[in-house]
Design a binder for this molecule. Structure first.
Ligand code: GAF
Length: 407
């Protein structure tokens, strides 16, 4: 028998109360309000966002909660439930690329980026608490940025959260915070998922045009569920590896003379050109590696289109094999999987899952398995057993339901 660990989401009321209480304890005052943003699941479309491609993420019920109070001296004071007793203070005037360490960079980076965008924002006190599993590839960072963006929008009367055009500007600020102040060269899917999704729907995001389409995504109605496995595997070298993937894609686009890999229409012809002797002499990339990276990106964009078409037809179960094909591509061509992710997907499939793959950046983090509702428990047990056999840290589980955006 295995005691499975389930990662339950807090209710919005509970999460808000926790953040407000933390705020009151730390600052001996009441916050002006509490805002929250969700972690991110992703049905299909991995490592396509920074290639101008398509993604199909959705919001998790797990959220990060920010209790905030405006202050007019340009200072930011921060506390987190994960760092009991520590109050960090940052002057907004000092925020610049490389100037702020750790999780505070994601917070003050959002204020910095909004100011860069011409918004009149200033200081604030902030208490953060979250039920988004940290380091699980479920984008706790975008949830943090999104909750702070919503708070600043309200505290400084920006009015950006009221419509999708405004939310796009909040998304852009969150991306700049992460790219420029926190120094993580991520692609923007997670911030869009946090701010632009709708409950009960997945978000088809075109990362070239930034247009979105809301896709009804109610698996339970089809007798299905999406099991998320947090492998608890560390994201070893994730930053350097992620940046390296992105650099290779950009070098390949340059060789092909296109702005992004989204423009590749004839895959075989493109791979032929990339594999030709001397193609990468200017950038020093290994052509054989670049060919595989590009093959993943271009086929993955096609898989997003395929899944979209299947969902439109109501053929939800047929999505399963497409997810499994994506995993093989991420493992073999993009090389961002790891032993724990491969074991999680393999064990889930053996136990009757109809599809599964790693999600997020990779090298640890989480996998998803599409399962019939009645098989959820058995698949989770099979994954936990496989982890025990391999002597891996026990995994944790949640059932993903497409939830609401930052609010
Ligand atoms: C991480 C990044 F933050 C996203 O931008 C995306 O590239 C993803 O990895 C891979 O699809 O979550």
């Amino acid at each position: 028998h295995y005691a499975l660990e389930w990662l339950d989401a807090w209710t919005v009321e509970d999460g808000s109360a926790r953040a407000a209480q933390l705020f009151a304890e730390a600052f001996d005052a009441q916050p002006d309000g509490t805002w929250s943003a969700p972690g991110r699941g992703n049905l299909i479309g991995e490592h396509t966002d920074y290639n101008g491609g398509l993604v199909l993420p959705f919001a998790l019920p797990h959220r990060t909660y920010a209790a905030m109070r405006r202050r007019d001296d340009g200072l930011v004071r921060l506390v987190s439930a994960q760092e009991q007793g520590v109050v960090r203070t940052v002057a907004l005037a000092d925020v610049a690329p490389g100037a702020v360490d750790g999780w505070a960079a994601y917070v003050v980076g959002v204020a910095w980026a909004l100011a860069q965008d011409g918004c009149a924002v200033g200081g604030f006190d902030l208490a953060i608490t979250s039920c988004v599993p940290y380091g699980a590839g479920l984008s706790s960072s975008a949830a943090l940025e999104g909750s702070v963006a919503m708070g600043l929008d309200a505290l400084y009367g920006l009015g950006l959260s009221a419509d999708d055009a405004g939310r796009q500007r909040l998304v852009a600020a969150c991306i700049r915070a992460e790219n420029e102040i926190a120094g993580a060269p991520t692609g923007g899917m997670d911030q869009a998922a946090a701010l632009r999704t709708r409950a009960g729907q997945a978000l088809l995001l075109d990362c070239r045009s930034l247009e979105v389409e809301h896709i009804p995504f109610d698996l339970a109605a089809d007798g299905l569920a999406l099991l998320v496995v947090d492998t608890r595997a560390a994201h070893q070298l994730v930053d350097g590896q992620y940046a390296a993937r992105r650099t290779t894609c950009e070098a390949a686009a340059a060789v092909l003379g296109v702005e992004t890999l989204r423009e590749v229409t004839d895959l075989e012809a493109a791979l032929g050109r990339l594999g030709a002797p001397g193609a990468f002499d200017a950038s020093g990339q290994d052509p054989e590696v670049a060919v595989r990276r590009v093959r993943h990106v271009v086929t993955e964009i096609a898989r997003v289109e395929e899944v979209h078409a299947l969902l439109e037809e109501g053929w939800t179960a047929e999505v399963g094999p497409v997810l499994t094909a994506a995993h093989a591509s991420l493992r073999d061509d993009y090389e961002v999987s790891c032993a724990e992710l491969d074991v999680a997907v393999g064990a889930a499939l053996n136990a009757g899952a109809i599809g599964g793959r790693m999600i997020g950046g990779g090298f640890g983090g989480s996998a998803i398995a599409l399962v019939r509702t009645e098989d959820v428990e058995a698949v989770a047990v099979a994954v936990a057993q496989a982890f025990a056999t391999e002597n891996f840290t026990p995994p944790a589980f949640l059932v993903a339901v497409a939830s609401g955006p930052a609010a």
